[in-house]
Design a protein around this ligand. Structure first.
Ligand SMILES: [Zn+2]
Length: 103
């Protein structure tokens, strides 16, 4: 998995989506849902959750189901991380696993 410093990760995100975090997008590794900052903002969810929690955790969804990308209860800080599909961000000596950016 790609490992980046917090700065490298933020720089890449800004390059992809711009400075407005509501435009940022991350893909849930379990169900394939694309979390968007706008979606999280509209639902009143902390934008800091969009890269490590599938929106389904906040909308009452359960385990990821095949052919359903409407959301699930996946979290990048859970036991199985991002299933090898995410990234690792290094910040102040601590590594955090996060969802990958979505196109
Ligand atoms: Zn999901």
């Amino acid at each position: 998995m790609l490992k980046q410093t917090l700065k490298e990760w933020l720089d890449e995100g800004k390059e992809r989506f711009g400075d407005d975090f509501t435009q940022w997008k991350f893909k849930c590794p379990a169900c394939g849902h694309v979390n968007t900052g706008k979606e999280f903002k509209d639902l009143g969810i902390d934008l800091n959750s969009m890269y490590n929690e599938c929106v389904g955790r906040h909308t009452g969804k359960g385990s990821p189901r095949k052919d359903d990308s409407s959301g699930c209860d996946w979290a990048a800080y859970g036991l199985f991380g991002t299933l090898g599909k995410g990234r690792i961000v290094l910040n102040e000596g601590k590594e955090s696993e996060v969802f990958d950016f979505a196109e």
